[in-house]
Every structure is written in C-alpha cells, then in structure tokens.
Ligand binder design. Structure first.
Ligand code: HEC
Length: 110
C-alpha cells in the first residue's frame, strides 16, 4: 500500500521516468552506491551501509524512525538529525532531492 502510494506520488511529481532519472542522477552524483547495494543501479554494490532494496517493506528507517516518506527523506537529508550516532554522512542534499531519493527507494524490489 505504501509502495503504491509512493509510486503514485512519484508519478504526480514529475512523471515516473523523469522522477527515476533525477533520482538515479542523484544516486550516482552522491556516491550512494559506494556504501549501499541498490538493485538496478549499476555499480551500486557498497557494503558500508545496509542494502536499500527493501525500503518499502522495512518497518523502520535506520532502525530509529517508523518508516514513512517524511522520515526516510529526513534521514537521507540529515542522518544525524534522526540518529546522532549514524555513520551515514550528511551529503548536502536539498529537501526536494532527499524526497525524490526516498520515493525512488520505495519503488525498488530486491
Ligand atoms: C560513506 C558511506 C555512505 C554513503 C555515501 C551513503 N550512505 Fe546511506 N548509510 C550509510 C550507513 C553506514 C548507514 C547505516 C547507518 C544508520 O542506519 O544510521 C546508512 C543508512 C542509510 C539508510 C537507512 C537504511 C535502513 O535500512 O533503514 C538509507 C535510506 C540510506 N542510507 C540512503 C542513502 C542514500 C540515498 C545515499 C546517497 C544520497 C546514501 N545513503 C549514501 C552509509 C552511507
């Protein structure tokens, strides 16, 4: 249900293809794949952080916040604001960029 809502929202934001293109560009530019396995993203096979292919089915974001779009975007934008001890770096993303990434992650199936 959450996954369907996320896809519908992604489509309403920019069209599904355009939204995915933006998210993929952000993933590559910010090196998410150097630390995470992200299904469907070539070369995204890092093992420093957890794999990101099941975010639509996880109960928590980073084991801390109940998994909602807002929580996921907030964590992606500023991990330490959610979990001060998080080893994920703050990457300087805007709120809009973090939401696009969160929406994209919700579309993935591992
Ligand atoms: C330098 C390594 C590194 C980079 C680069 C990085 N991350 Fe992370 N990420 C981590 C680590 C380590 C964790 C686990 C820490 C935690 O849970 O607080 C994590 C956790 C996460 C989580 C929570 C996963 C879960 O199971 O709840 C998400 C979502 C995430 N990262 C997304 C991203 C995205 C999107 C990018 C690129 C914009 C990115 N990360 C870039 C290291 C990284």
């Amino acid at each position: 249900m959450r996954r369907v809502a996320a896809i519908a929202l992604a489509a309403s934001l920019a069209g599904p293809v355009a939204a995915d293109d933006v998210a993929l560009t952000l993933i590559v530019r910010n090196g998410c794949g150097t630390c995470h396995v992200i299904p469907g993203v070539p070369g995204a096979n890092g093992r420093t952080g957890p794999p990101l292919g099941a975010m639509s089915r996880q109960a928590y974001v980073a084991g801390v916040l109940p998994n909602t779009l807002d929580a996921l975007a907030q964590f992606i934008q500023n991990p330490q604001a959610v979990d001060p001890g998080s080893a994920m770096p703050r990457l300087g993303l805007t709120e809009d960029e973090a939401r696009r990434l969160a929406l994209y992650l919700y579309t993935l199936e591992d």
